[in-house]
Design a protein around this ligand. Structure first.
Ligand code: GCO
Length: 255
């Protein structure tokens, strides 16, 4: 097998929510494989810092600030990329938020915000990307789902509902876009040591539960997602679509 299969040279990858965390790790990994990176974040200062850091490391990076939950901003961002002659070959729908509260106490507004950011934004952003990929006959969409695309956990219902939706959104993208040369797949992270999960890591009981419930006995590290993202972004996965790959230390398949 040629190592060229994983070569992303000449490709441009837009990764939403990539100033830090899983998105930043995937951006670094894809850049190392030759991709031009379009970093995104809603916080312009944090984004500018991330762009500078990656440029200083010698990577080909631009930054485009927009809130993925703001449809007009997403559309404007793609129009700005069009105007710069930047064609997105790989889209990673990574941006996401968490909100932990039992349903009986949950306000609909809190529910809606999580659904807007974690699910609807993935549809809108992928639609804008795919409208431009289709005429080229090629493209990669990678949606970041979750272990909770498959399993439920009390107190994180809007997140789990959104991530379950990501699974079926991915399958329907595969259904509609396969013949257009666009592959759409998902990654299901398990319990990763990210900023979103810091409160859980710092909770001794939850930390012990994750370590006991996970066959690998530990939290995952953000860079442990990168290989799967590169695979799904590369020619190595050109006949793979509609799939979800769980990167979860075995938690989703072992009691
Ligand atoms: C939680 C966590 C999870 C993880 C991850 C698991 O509160 O249970 O935040 O949602 O972040 O998504 O796949």
């Amino acid at each position: 097998m040629s190592p060229k299969l994983f070569d992303l040279s000449g490709k441009t990858a837009l990764i939403t929510g990539s100033s830090r965390g899983l998105g930043r790790a995937m951006a670094e990994g894809m850049a190392a494989c030759g991709a031009r990176i379009v970093l995104n974040g809603a916080n312009e200062g944090r984004l500018a810092t991330a762009v500078q850091e990656m440029k200083s490391a010698g990577h080909d990076v631009i930054g485009i600030p927009f809130d993925v939950a703001d449809e007009a901003a997403v559309i404007a961002a793609f129009e700005a990329l069009d105007a710069q002659g930047v064609a997105v070959d790989i889209l990673v729908n990574n941006a996401g938020i968490q909100f932990r509260k039992p349903m009986l106490e949950l306000d609909t507004a809190d529910w809606q915000r999580v659904i807007d950011v974690n699910l609807t934004a993935a549809f809108v952003t992928a639609r804008e990307a795919a409208r431009r990929m289709a005429p080229r006959g090629t493209g990669k969409v990678i949606n970041i789902g979750s272990l909770l695309s498959k399993l439920g956990r009390a107190t994180v219902t809007p997140y789990a509902a959104a991530k379950g939706g990501i699974l079926m959104l991915t399958r329907n993208m595969a259904a509609e876009w396969g013949a257009l040369g666009i592959q759409a797949n998902a990654i299901g992270p398990g319990y990763m040591a990210t900023e979103m999960n810091t409160p859980l890591i710092e909770d001794e009981d939850f930390d012990a539960w994750v370590k006991g419930r996970t066959p690998m006995g530990r939290w995952g590290q953000p860079d442990e997602l990168v290989g799967t993202a590169i695979y799904l972004a590369s020619d190595a996965s050109n006949y793979v679509t509609g799939q979800i790959i769980y990167v979860d230390g075995g938690m989703s398949v072992v009691l």
